[in-house]
Design a binder for this molecule. Structure first.
Ligand code: NAD
Length: 318
């Protein structure tokens, strides 16, 4: 029998990750609070649809549960809701390995890891080697690589947790990504993710900013992108996810800045970053400026991809 994987949160990222797990031969049990997201999955072979996170965790044969949710609040709810949460499953959760891929704060993730370590496994659950202390193992595994990486199964996972738990999670993460980086104990994956995304926010803003100036100086944005990509400013934003519409096909900027990494999520990540920095007494002036730019565009439409800063901020006349 194919290993049964529970997947909660079938949004822009999660649906693609779940597709790749299925392509690798895993059978799925899925849940999303939006019926629309569930509809397409419910028509497939080897996919069961659960009516709550608890029901999913009670499903016979489910060994692993992966969550890919918007933010701290939803992750807490999906795990800890007293009636419907994963940890409220009748008789304990049948999944002995819980992997959270959402981007949340390192502190929330550490608290969640502590809560999970006190939760009960169902007597019929098969603990993973090295993960058996009567409670499920927990790994925080936020991702980098965007929807293109999620589609192509080339995501990078930044993992926090016990070594054995990360080893147990690795085959599942490998079905959805390429690089699995163990960053340290509980919450370390989120600490790494917060640092990555503050760098990304500034990097994307700098490519958008320089491209808008280039356009006003009479340069063709495609030519300028080629210059960036063969020069010292080459980066993921210039090479894989260019913010200027028409420079690259098949990226959100060329599709109306839709179906990508929503500005609301980037804003959330930047708030996580500034909070974490404040706790750590670190200076983050560039992150704060970038946050202002993303916030301005979010006022227009927070569901747009974060590259919308190009069209709705930098490309506008002063
Ligand atoms: P999304 O908003 O497209 O998807 C979230 C999904 O979770 C939706 O389908 C929603 O219905 C579901 N959901 C929300 N609350 C729920 C609940 N209480 N119970 C069950 N389902 C619930 O978001 P996304 O773009 O897929 O991002 C998910 C996470 O991954 C976020 O934390 C984001 O910061 C992170 N991330 C996103 C990208 C990207 O490029 N989109 C890249 C890296 C990391």
């Amino acid at each position: 029998d194919a290993t049964k994987v529970g997947f909660i949160g079938l949004g822009a990222m999660g649906a693609r990750q779940a597709n790749n797990l299925q392509h690798e031969g895993y059978s799925l049990v899925v849940y999303d609070r939006s019926i629309m997201q569930l509809e397409e999955f419910s028509k497939r072979d080897n996919v069961e649809v659960a009516c709550s996170p608890a029901a999913l965790a009670e499903t016979e044969g489910v060994r692993v549960i992966i969550t890919m949710l918007p933010a701290c609040r939803q992750v807490r709810e999906v795990y800890c809701d007293r009636e419907k949460g994963i940890l409220s499953a009748q008789g304990g959760t049948r999944a002995s390995l819980l992997i959270d891929c959402s981007t949340i704060s390192p502190n929330t993730s550490r608290e969640l890891a502590a809560t999970v370590s006190e939760a009960r496994l169902h007597p019929s659950a098969q603990p993973y080697p090295g993960c058996s202390n009567g409670s499920p193992a927990f790994v925080d595994a936020p991702v980098s690589g965007g929807i293109t990486g999620a589609s192509a199964a080339t995501l990078s996972f930044m993992c926090g947790g016990e070594k054995d738990a990360v080893a147990a999670a690795t085959p599942f993460l490998q079905a959805m990504g390429k690089r699995i980086l163990h960053c340290g104990g509980a919450g370390a994956g989120h600490a790494a993710k917060v640092c990555n995304n503050m760098a990304l926010a500034v990097q994307m803003a700098s490519i958008a900013e320089a491209s808008a100036v280039g356009k006003r100086l009479g340069l063709d944005p495609k030519v300028l992108a080629e210059v960036f990509n063969s020069s010292s400013s080459r980066c993921w934003s210039s090479e894989a996810y260019h913010p200027v519409p028409g420079v690259m096909p098949n990226v959100p900027s060329s599709k109306g800045h839709r179906d990508g990494f929503a500005i609301q999520h980037m804003l959330k990540d930047l708030h996580l970053a500034t909070d974490a920095a404040a706790h750590a007494h670190a200076r983050v002036p560039l992150t704060e400026r970038a946050l202002d730019v993303y916030a301005k565009v979010a006022e227009v439409d927070e569901t747009l991809d974060f590259t919308a800063i190009y069209s709705l901020y930098y490309d506008e006349e002063l």
